[in-house]
Design a protein around this ligand. Structure first.
Ligand SMILES: *Cc1c(COP(=O)(O)O)cnc(C)c1O
Length: 412
């Protein structure tokens, strides 16, 4: 819900220039109604299935205000640390809607999660299954689990966010599951009720989903014939968004026709774990143009926000649209760069854009997911503010970190 109206960039009904006067720069801006729209759209996609848990992958963006919106919409949580569980609960969430993924669950995290009574552990290795069983035994509990399967299906996405092919650290290979089936069945304090997958992030084609669910279907039939009782399939997340406005987003029509129909036939409970899809397009990183510098025929727009605030371009070669808050008639080509002392600190190379000047502001679009949540204090830069827009109202959901807050844990 960020777009131009009479050449002025608006977020919902707000002229973003007004916000720079109130909140300074840089800051993250989110559209509340965009998030709600995405949640409701995905609920609708799954509405033909009887028993569905939509568990938001908290790592995409974990601000308490945003988690509270998830809770109010009846959305569960997919977490990868005890910290994420505690934040979801702090926001009003029910622990019984939490599934705990991640390859390195510590003894402390497992113990605490059992005490909190979370819905399920998504187990990523045989030693983890043994560890959870031992801790559950000590606590005299029987806990529900899923085995995260590596279905060896390529999600056709960036190599750093492909997670479901052999050679990734995630999940358990089919061969390993079969070879260890007797061991897994002998673990009396865990009840393996589900098989899960998460094959990658930012998928636009729905085909890999379908192929992976077919692999999972065969595996579920096979292990059930070996004495397991799998009643749930967790298909993970990975629904892609339109970072480049010339490209298309995730093919939900195809997903509905193929994958949802297949899931319906399988007649199991279904879990899905969207992260990026719920929040990416709702968020923009608003930055000030500090300088426009020309060198050897290149024009650099030097911004006050950098890779410590938004790392996805440097880390994943991500593409984000950059829109000036005021669109002028003439255009030019710019490199958009940040202040950090790294050559990888840039947001766009040779990007055509309406002319910008020192003191202008720009919005880096679709920055709501893996944006603030991956930010850091690199270069001793305080974490920036987060602001929510709701129609013509706006409010801060995270204060800008002060210099003193940034250094308060250090000892001199
Ligand atoms: C990160 C993650 C997700 C969410 O991925 P998106 O691409 O943001 O939808 C879902 N499940 C697991 C296990 C994850 O690690």
């Amino acid at each position: 819900m960020i777009g131009y109206k009479n050449n002025i960039l608006m977020c919902e009904d707000i002229d973003i220039r007004e916000l720079t006067k109130v909140y300074g720069s840089p800051f993250y801006l989110y559209s509340k109604n965009d998030i709600l729209q995405k949640i409701r759209f995905l609920k609708d996609i799954f509405s033909s299935l009887d028993d569905v848990l939509i568990a938001y992958a908290v790592k995409a963006e974990n601000n308490l205000s945003i988690l509270k919106m998830m809770v109010e919409e009846g959305i569960g949580a997919d977490v990868v640390s005890i910290g994420e569980s505690l934040k979801y609960i702090k926001a009003g969430g029910d622990a019984r809607n939490i599934v705990f993924s991640g390859v390195a669950k510590t003894e402390e995290e497992i113990k605490k999660s059992i005490e909190l009574n979370i819905k399920r552990f998504n187990i990523e290795s045989i030693p983890e299954a043994v560890r959870i069983n031992n801790i559950a035994k000590e606590l005299k509990k029987r806990v529900k689990c899923s085995i995260r399967v590596n279905p060896n299906v390529d999600a056709h996405t960036h190599e750093k966010i492909t997670t479901g092919v052999n050679g990734n650290k995630f999940g358990v290979c089919i061969k390993t599951i079969i070879e260890n089936s007797n061991l897994l069945k002998s673990l009396d304090n865990i009840e393996i009720e589900s098989l899960s997958m998460h094959i990658g992030s930012q998928m636009t084609d729905a085909e890999p989903f379908y192929r992976a669910i077919l692999v999972m279907r065969d595996l579920i039939n096979e292990v059930n014939s070996m004495g397991f009782n799998i009643t749930d399939i967790d298909i993970g997340g990975g629904y892609g968004v339109r970072y480049n406005k010339d490209h298309s987003g995730f093919d939900f029509d195809k997903f509905k026709n193929e994958s949802i129909n297949l899931l319906k036939e399988m007649n199991l409970k279904v879990t899905t774990e969207p992260g990026r899809y719920f929040v990416a397009e709702s968020g923009a990183l608003i930055m000030r143009v500090e300088y426009v510098k020309e060198e050897l025929g290149r024009k650099y727009v030097i911004l006050d926000g950098g890779m410590n605030d938004y790392v996805r371009v440097a880390m994943y070669d991500a593409y984000n649209e950059i829109y000036p808050l005021v669109k002028r008639e003439s255009v030019s080509n710019y490199d958009f760069v940040g202040p950090i002392c790294e050559s990888s600190d840039f947001f766009a190379y040779d990007r055509e854009c309406s002319v910008v000047e020192e003191g202008d502001y720009v919005a880096l679009l679709d920055a709501g997911a893996y944006g603030f949540s991956m930010s850091s204090n690199y270069n001793s830069r305080p974490l920036i503010a987060q602001v929510m827009a709701d129609k013509d109202k706006h409010y801060i959901i995270r204060k800008r970190q002060t210099f003193n807050e940034m250094i308060e844990s250090e000892i001199i």
